[in-house]
Design a protein around this ligand. Sequence first.
Ligand code: NAD
Ligand code: MN
Length: 476
Amino acid sequence: MEKLLIAGDRVPTVSGQTTQLIDPATGEAWMEVAAAGVEDVDRAVQVADQARAGWRRVNSRDRTQILLRLANLIRENREALAQLESRNVGKPIRDARDEVDLAADCFEFYAGTVNKFGGTVNPVAAAGTSLTFREPIGVCGLIAPWNFPIAITSWKVAPALAMGNTIVLKPASQTPLTALRLAELALEAGVPAGVFNVVPGPGSVAGNALVRHPLVRKVSFTGSTEIGTQVMKLAADDIKNVTLELGGKSANLVFVDADLDKVIPKAMWSVLGNAGQDCCARSRLLLERPLYEEFLYRLSNEFKKLKLGMPLNDDTEIGPLVSFGHRDRVQEYIEIGRKEGATLVCGGNIPAQTDLEKGAFLQPTIFADVKPNSRIAQEEIFGPVVCAIPFDHEEEAIAIANNSFYGLSGSIWTQDISRALRVAKAIETGVISINTGHSVHLEAPFGGYKRSGIGRELGLAVLAHYSELKSVFIAD
Ligand code: NAD
Ligand code: MN
C-alpha cells in the first residue's frame, strides 16, 4: 500500500480510504494507494505553511545544490521511475524514459535560475531609491493530470522550489506513483521535511480541499478545461494566484509545398504520441486541397504499420489508453464522428490482437471530410483520433485553425518562410511550431490562449508566476 507523504513521512489517511490502481495493459488490480481526504489535505497544508520560514532561509547556493542533487538522483533512478510510470499510465517504456530525462533536466534548469532571477533598481522620479524584490508566494497547491505525470509535476515543483515556496501536490488519482517517489528523492537530495508534501486522492475531494484551503496562496492546475473552470471559481474566493494549463484542439496546417516524406511521420506522431493523450496533440489535420487525397492515403498506410503492444516492451509504439473508462469516452467520440457523417479512413475499433484483448487498447483512427464546426472537430477527444479537414487557401486555413475555443499549440508545414511566419502570427495559440510537431522546450514558455489556460509554465516566464514582486522605496 502506498501512503501519503507529509512532513517527510509516509503516513496513512485519517479515514483509511484507498484507491485501487488498475494496470491499463492487463485490466488487473496491481496496487492500492491511500486516498487523501479533507483532513489529510489540511494537515499537509499546515505542515507546508510551517515549513515556509525554514526553506526561505536556505541561501541561494545551497538551494541550487539541492535541486541539482535532485536532478542527479532522478537520473540515477531513471529505469525504475520509467518502469513505474510506464506501468501506471500504460505508456511505452521508451517514452517514459524520455519523460524521466525531461524531469531531471527540468530540476537542473531551475537549479540554475535560483541565483539569477532577482529584483531590479528603478529610476523613479523622486528623491530616493526604488528596489524590487522577488519573494516566495507561500504554500503552492499543485494539481497534476495523468497523461505525463512525472514531467508535468516537475514543471511545477522545480520552479516552485527554486523560488522558495513550499508545496502540497495532488497527483491525478490514477497516476500518483512517480510523484510520491519524486518527493522521496527530494528528501534524499536535502529538501527539508515539510517543504514538499504529496496527497494522492480523488480530485473532487482532495483537489477541491487543496484549492479551497485558506493557507494555500497559489494554485497551479493542469487538467481539463471543465475542471479548470471549477478551480478558478474556487480560487476566486480568497483571490489566490492561479495558473491553469488546460485542454487543446490544436491544428496541423499542411501547405502544398511541404515535404511530405518528412511531414507524414512527424504529423502522425504529433497526434499519436502518448496514444493521443496529449494536450498538445495536433488532432485537427488541415490539408491544402491538392495534397489532401495523397496525404490521407499515405498517412493511413503509416497508421496501419504502427506497433501496438505492452507498455514495457522496448519496441511498443502505442500502448493502451490510461483506463477503460477513458477508452469508452474516446469510443463515444468515434461514434459521434460516424453519426456526424465524417469518413472513417482507418481504425475506429478495439484491436483484434489476442495479446491485447485484456487492456484498454484502441486502434489509431483517421476521420476525413470532417466539418470544422462538428463536435469531433471542436471537442478535445484525448485519444488516437485524427480529424482531417481540407482547405483551399491560406486565409481559410487560418480561419479554420482559429475556429476553436482552445488555443494551446499547433504546427505549420511549409518551405515558404514568409508564409510560415505570417501564419504563425495569425494563429491564436500560446505555442506554434514550424516544420515540427514538437512544442515543449524547458527553456521556452509554454501555455495557452483562450480556454487553454492562464499563465505560463517553463522557461524563465514561469518564475514570475511562482513569486510575488515587492516594491520598496527608501527616501534620500
Ligand atoms: P482532469 O481535469 O480530469 O484532472 C486533472 C487533475 O484535477 C487531477 O489531479 C484530478 O484529480 C483533479 N481534479 C478533478 N476534479 C477536481 C476538483 N473539483 N478540484 C480540484 N482538482 C480536481 O484532467 P485529466 O483527465 O487528468 O487530464 C487530461 C486533461 O488535461 C486534458 O484536457 C488535457 O488537455 C489536459 N492537459 C493540459 C496540459 C497543458 O499543459 N495545457 C497538459 C496535460 C494535460
Ligand atoms: Mn479526467
